[in-house]
Design a protein around this ligand. Structure first.
Ligand code: SAM
Length: 216
């Protein structure tokens, strides 16, 4: 998702109390950021924030960090947070960064779960390393997830999903469960919170793939 540049985005992000301005300074200190010892779950490529905010509302004893590369997209998530529905949440923070640098922001064991939702497919083979489920990214996640930490991935792009399953195998990450049709899988769909893209593509009839993998 790449919205047109919104000039005021930088200013809003700079001023917002829940955007972490120098995320590298918080490495190893996320418990202090939230002021409690609750587990930290992150969503990489949060987009407009629907999933993250609804998850935070449904799970007040989990701390959620939403990571998004583009300020104009993050602005939309912040605007959603600032509505009556979400503005009282204490368990949400936002970071504007490229997830390639995720190890600079979280220490080993600091993250209990990573969510990737409808990640960009990067269809050209020469761009495969940029896919958020590539072995290169799995190696980064390995450095921040705790033992038993989970990686959850949803996409309607079956080619990307199959690639991702292969990458898990190559990297030696155990697969806890997977489905090629989440919305018709009673067990895996329990408590499912839809993302913006999930709503859009499933309403067109596209099945949603999902896996849950365990940090190796
Ligand atoms: N997760 C949302 C959803 O399901 O509705 C948005 C999906 S959108 C296709 C992918 C999002 O991931 C975009 O907002 C994009 O800017 C962000 N993104 C892609 N690569 C990223 C990276 N390396 N670091 C941080 N964000 C990234």
């Amino acid at each position: 998702m790449r919205l047109r540049n919104i000039p005021r985005a930088e200013g809003v992000i700079r001023e917002h109390r829940f955007v972490i301005k120098r995320p590298e300074d918080q490495k190893g200190c996320w418990k202090q950021v939230f002021g409690n010892r609750n587990p930290v779950y992150i969503e990489i490529g949060m987009g407009k924030g629907r999933f993250l905010l609804n998850m935070a509302k449904a799970h007040p004893n989990i701390n959620f960090v939403g990571i998004e590369r583009y300020s104009s997209v993050l602005l939309r998530a912040i605007e959603k947070f600032d509505t009556e529905e979400f503005c009282e949440l204490k368990n949400v923070r936002f970071v504007c960064m490229d997830a390639r640098n995720v190890e600079d922001v979280f220490a080993q064991d600091e993250v209990s779960r990573i969510y990737l939702n409808f990640s960009d497919p990067w269809p050209k083979a020469r761009h495969a390393r940029r896919r958020l489920t590539s072995v290169e990214f799995l190696a980064r996640y390995e450095k921040i997830l705790c033992e038993g930490g989970l990686l959850e991935f949803k996409t309607d792009n079956t080619e990307l999903f199959r690639f991702s399953l292969e990458q898990l195998e190559e990297a030696g990450w155990p697969l806890e469960c997977f489905t090629f049709d989440l919305h018709h899988n009673e067990v895996m769909n329990q408590g499912n919170i839809m993302t913006e893209y999930e709503e859009k593509f499933s309403s067109k009839g596209n099945p949603v793939n999902k896996f849950i993998a365990v940090r190796k």
